[in-house]
Structures are given as structure tokens and as C-alpha cells.
Unconditional design. Structure first.
Length: 55
């Protein structure tokens, strides 16, 4: 299964509230790609998208 690199193009820390869940390679489900990007920025770790949908 091919892991995807999130497209982190959001400059602010404010994410849209649309629910489009995806599963990170850390085993955590994120509400959308922006929320995953915010987690990467906050933790300074590399998290890829394991799959679309909940973990």
C-alpha cells in the first residue's frame, strides 16, 4: 500500500472544519489533511498518510 505525502499548503494554524478523515502513519486519525499538517508542524515529525478514512 502506497503511503502519501500530505500537501501542507496552509500558512495559518486555522484549518477548515470539513470532515475528510485520513489515517496517519502514526496510527492517529485526523479530521482532514490540514489537521494532519498542523500535527506535523507542532510535533516536528514526518507523518505520512497511510490511507484515506479512519485508522
Amino acid at each position: 500500500e502506497e503511503k502519501q505525502i500530505p500537501r501542507c499548503r496552509y500558512s495559518s494554524n486555522i484549518c477548515p472544519m470539513n470532515y475528510a478523515p485520513l489515517c496517519g502513519t502514526n496510527g492517529i486519525t485526523y479530521g482532514n489533511e490540514c489537521m494532519l499538517c498542523a500535527a506535523i508542524k507542532a510535533s516536528k515529525t514526518k507523518i505520512l498518510i497511510r490511507k484515506q478514512g479512519r485508522c
